[in-house]
Design a protein. Structure first.
Length: 549
């Protein structure tokens, strides 16, 4: 029988043999990786250790930015970092960024770290064929005509939000708005994209279970990304993260399935009603809904409201269209329909990416306007000149679209506090960048937060200045220096949707209240955040409200 010392020796030998075999099998991968400049092996271990022991994710965020700035100060446009055996290639050059994002590269395998929680929705969809099919399907909900019809929904949810905040304006107490803003954004999204009013704001949640599950999922993703040993399933399971991830996924799927059942019930009831009236009209009704893609394309070109006999047509939601396609039993060769599993994954991805971006950016804009009262007054004057001073008046899409200063304030906020801090891609074959061959299977990472603060493109990069987005300034700047919604074939589908929702929400709030600094957040330096799959607004970003006369 082997003694403990002998057994340990054998284990070490086996581990060493495994490493040797791994290095030999993937020798070109490692050889190409080591040719790319970056921290030495000792420095790399030091960085990995520092990331694993830092207790605060906020501190870790600053540490990552400092490491990135150190590499930039050396004049490097490209650098590497080994996350265990996995090669991370960081690029800090706008031309390289353009090449990567305009190439049909897969999303990085790092996004697989979310698979136990979210499946593969558009935000982290890696397979190009599936991504392209789903993107075309979901994209119909973001066309011009659809956006115009959503404006009223956004205003209704913003009006509920302002009413819920009224007692805080009366008391004058400091509060952190992100949870209430998140509830409004979530319900606006379920109404506009899914066609179901979940009445989330009226339920008086302090923290909605769905929002808690999403936040927990993002925290687990960040922990796994920065601690490579958690890539191993047994370590992931022992840590307790896997069980928590599966619990989060159950909460999200249950929420989504309830929405699907409501839409299915609506379709079945409509179909039964039509069958009683005219059996032939069932197929006609289905054809009407499937024809909406062409209708939306035509409407987006003409920019005219679609009316029939003087009445505006209420188009079906993305979920209803998907379910009607899957329930079309008369067409056995229907290859365009999503399965229910695919639909759930897409709905989870749309919800998480959609409401979170709006919540993050809207919250920080409120902080910034409180810190800059003169700018807030300029924004307010623009709003009342376009919309009038009554927050109850419903704005049109064109009115919201014309709020130029508010648009620039939002864009500058997303420059300094990008809602998606990084983008990661994986080449499936060797990829040339500058003088280096990037090996297949590695991760090419773009730290958007750092790119948005690059002094070459942004003079005084930490200063808040909405005039950076005047047309004359934009024309002088490389377009790839600003990527809040990515670019290229995988650019964010909902960027116009998010902008219209944020502008509608902010314009409604500002017509009702003045935004004042809170007890803790009085300067730009007081705005607290941390990195993750999306940016996370931390406790302490408080404001106060004062009712306008």
């Amino acid at each position: 029988m082997l003694g403990p010392t002998t057994l340990l020796a054998w284990l070490l030998i086996m581990a060493l043999l495994y490493i040797i075999i791994l290095l030999w099998k993937h020798r070109r991968y490692f050889r190409l990786g080591f040719r790319i400049p970056g921290p030495s092996s000792v420095s790399n271990v030091s960085i990995l250790y520092s990331l694993s022991v830092l207790r605060s994710m906020e501190t870790m965020t600053q540490y990552i930015m400092d490491v990135y700035e150190t590499e930039r100060s050396k004049g490097l446009r490209i650098s590497k970092y080994w996350l265990g055996p996995h090669l991370m290639v960081f690029i800090d050059d706008v031309d390289m960024v353009s090449k990567v994002l305009h190439s049909h590269l897969h999303k990085s395998k790092l996004y697989n770290l979310m698979s136990h929680t979210r499946g593969h929705a558009l935000l982290e969809q890696r397979h190009l064929a599936t991504w392209s099919k789903h993107r075309k399907f979901v994209g119909n909900s973001f066309r011009f005509f659809s956006l115009k019809s959503y404006t009223r929904i956004f205003h209704e949810e913003a009006t509920i939000l302002t009413a819920k905040l009224n007692h805080l304006a009366v008391s004058g107490e400091s509060f952190e708005p992100q949870e209430q803003v998140g509830l409004a954004a979530l319900n606006a999204l379920t109404r506009s994209m899914f066609g179901v009013d979940c009445n989330i704001q009226q339920e008086n949640y302090i923290r909605h279970p769905y929002l808690q599950a999403v936040e927990s999922s993002f925290e687990i993703f960040t922990a796994r990304m920065l601690k490579p040993w958690l890539y191993l399933d047994f370590a992931y399971k022992l840590s307790g993260y896997k069980e928590k991830s599966l619990h989060n996924r159950t909460i999200q799927k249950e929420f989504i399935r309830n929405i699907i059942e409501k839409v299915k019930t609506k379709i079945i009831e409509e179909n039964q009603e039509m069958i009683q009236t005219d059996k032939k009209s069932l197929q006609s009704k289905f054809e009407q809904y499937t024809k909406e893609k062409e209708d939306n394309e035509a409407l987006s070109k003409t920019h005219k409201d679609y009316e029939e006999n003087g009445q505006k047509i209420q188009h079906a939601s993305f979920v209803e269209l998907a379910l009607r396609a899957s329930m079309n039993y008369d067409d056995p060769n229907n290859n365009t329909a999503m399965t229910e599993k695919e639909l759930i994954h897409e709905m989870v991805g749309i919800l998480n990416a959609g409401f979170d971006t709006v919540k993050i950016t809207t919250t920080i804009v409120l902080n910034i306007l409180a810190i800059h009262p003169e700018l807030q007054e300029e924004v307010y004057n623009e709003i009342i000149s376009v919309l009038g001073d009554s927050p109850d008046s419903v704005p049109t899409y064109d009115q919201i679209h014309s709020l130029d200063l508010l648009t620039r304030v939002i864009k500058e906020t997303m420059r300094l506090y990008s809602p998606v801090p990084f983008i990661a891609r994986t080449p499936t074959e060797e990829f040339q960048l500058d003088d280096y061959i990037i090996p297949a299977g590695c991760t090419i990472a773009i730290i958007i937060q750092s790119l948005h603060r690059h002094p070459t493109h942004w003079p005084e990069p930490t200063r808040f200045d909405p005039d950076r987005f005047l047309p004359s300034e934009i024309a002088r700047r490389n377009p790839n220096a600003y990527l809040p919604f990515s670019v290229g074939p995988r650019n964010c589908l909902g960027y116009k949707y998010g902008m219209i929702q944020m502008k509608t929400t902010l314009s409604t709030l500002l017509r009702r209240y003045k935004i004042l600094t809170g007890d803790k957040c009085k300067t730009m330096e007081d705005i607290r955040y941390q990195f993750g799959l999306t940016l996370k607004v931390l406790p302490g970003n408080d404001i106060r409200l004062e009712t306008r006369e």
